[in-house]
Design a protein. Structure first.
Length: 432
């Protein structure tokens, strides 16, 4: 009576393709010829003999039971012959072979990390804080101002530098210039090209619910990002909508200082030419740290800024390389960013953009028109199995503490103070 195929399969899987004889370790398949590519070296041996007249055959087991997995052990040819040889029957008893089989299959289970016929043991649940790559916006400009513009092309508009440090993003739409500055004021940065007396003012919330005007509002926010990143020395990659570092000197790598996850100060390469590990020879391309920044509206009126770490590849530190030649390089590097590594990249960018302060300020010239973003990463509490110990590293610099200067810069600017648009109208009337 032959051993059923199902019983053979079960035995070979539990044995891990290795001879069960102690300290043998022989793999039971090998490469063969083109005609017979796999050579099977393993043999199925019976613990209780297949027949009553065979080795260790004296047993009440039925013929069917003798050919079941429980009575079978997988061995190499040499050890199969050994246990069945007449001189070794006294040594390799039924009890010893059963123990040999059990010990070997348990060793295979431990090596593979499995437990057959048992529910997997789940790791204990833990309470943990999960951080995102999103920064909450604590104040948005309340109003958008629009006025007829005498200039038809945006490149021809030159905002005046009346107020040092003030950002003046703008867009031209439908013959009007739109900005966050109050264009009714004859001292506004665009006074030379707009009709101040014909200025219209709209509530930002009105635009958020209008599909067309919403796009205009986002365009103004993106222009604001261009101003911020430009002041920080970043360049804009128009094609991929991201900001990146460029060498300060041709052919010279660049580093910047920042506050990492768990130390007060560190440096990070932002433009570098990779070297081959084996030879140390420079490769024929340069890598640049880059970031994708995007404003998005969640809920009714809560805005956020997402930070998406990226990489830019150039041939010499300046000239970009076609995407089809760099996809694998960038994908390979980004695929290695897990947990702590990705959090470290996000930490770098929020620290750099916020200058190690509690907030990123976009000064538009009026306190309650300024755009303010908190540099505290959005987070949430979860109950889950956690992450592997080797990746479970601390994050100490979660919050930035105000000093005298950042407190003065942000004081009173990041709260609505409970005032509504109607309150603003009343305040304007009182000032007239």
């Amino acid at each position: 009576m032959a051993v059923p195929v199902a019983q053979q399969r079960k035995l070979t899987q539990r044995s891990g393709n290795i001879c069960a004889f102690p300290e043998c370790g022989l793999l039971l398949t090998a490469e063969g010829t083109q005609e017979d590519p796999v050579v099977v070296l393993g043999e199925i041996a019976h613990i209780v003999g297949e027949s009553p007249n065979g080795p260790r055959g004296a047993s009440p087991l039925s013929a069917e039971e003798r050919n079941r997995y429980e009575n079978l052990i997988l061995l190499c040819n040499q050890h199969h012959q050994l246990i069945d040889s007449a001189g070794a029957l006294a040594t390799y008893t039924v009890e010893r072979l059963q123990a040999m089989k059990e010990t070997h299959e348990q060793r295979i289970e431990r090596r593979l990390g499995g437990r057959p016929n048992a529910a997997p043991e789940l790791p204990p649940m833990v309470n943990d804080t999960v951080y995102s790559n999103v920064l909450p916006v604590t104040q948005m400009p309340r109003y958008i101002f629009g006025a007829p513009c005498a200039v038809g092309r945006e490149k021809e508009v030159r905002p005046s530098a009346a107020s040092a440090g003030v950002m003046a993003p703008f867009i031209l739409r439908e013959g009007r210039l739109w900005a966050f500055q109050d264009l009714r004021d004859t001292r506004n940065p665009f006074a030379e090209v707009v009709a101040c007396a014909e200025t219209e003012r709209f509530s930002a919330r009105e635009w958020w619910t209008d599909p067309d005007r919403f796009g205009w509002y986002v365009a103004l926010l993106n222009r604001s990002l261009n101003k911020l990143t430009g002041r920080l020395g970043l360049r804009l990659d128009h094609e991929h909508h991201r900001y990146y570092f460029e060498p300060e000197t041709a052919g010279v790598e660049r580093t910047v200082s920042y506050r990492p996850l768990n130390a007060s100060k560190a440096t990070r390469s932002v433009v570098w030419q990779p070297k081959k590990r084996t030879t140390g020879v420079a490769r024929n391309y340069w890598l640049h740290r880059a970031v994708g920044l995007r404003f998005f509206l969640i809920g009714g009126d809560q805005w956020c800024l997402s930070i998406r770490p990226e990489l830019r590849v150039t041939s010499d530190g300046f000239e970009s390389i076609q995407a089809k030649y760099i996809g694998r390089q960038v994908t390979r590097k980004k695929s290695r960013l897990f947990n702590h590594d990705l959090l470290g990249e996000v930490q770098f960018w929020r620290d750099f953009l916020g200058k190690s302060s509690p907030r990123i300020l976009f000064p538009f010239g009026a306190d309650r028109q300024n755009l303010i973003i908190s540099t505290s990463l959005s987070s949430g509490q979860v109950r889950w199995p956690g992450i592997p110990t080797e990746h479970d590293m601390p994050f100490k610099n979660v919050e930035y503490v105000d000093d005298l200067f950042t407190w003065a810069e942000g004081g009173g600017l990041n709260e609505d103070d409970g005032l509504s648009d109607e309150d603003d109208e009343d305040a304007e009337e009182m000032l007239r």
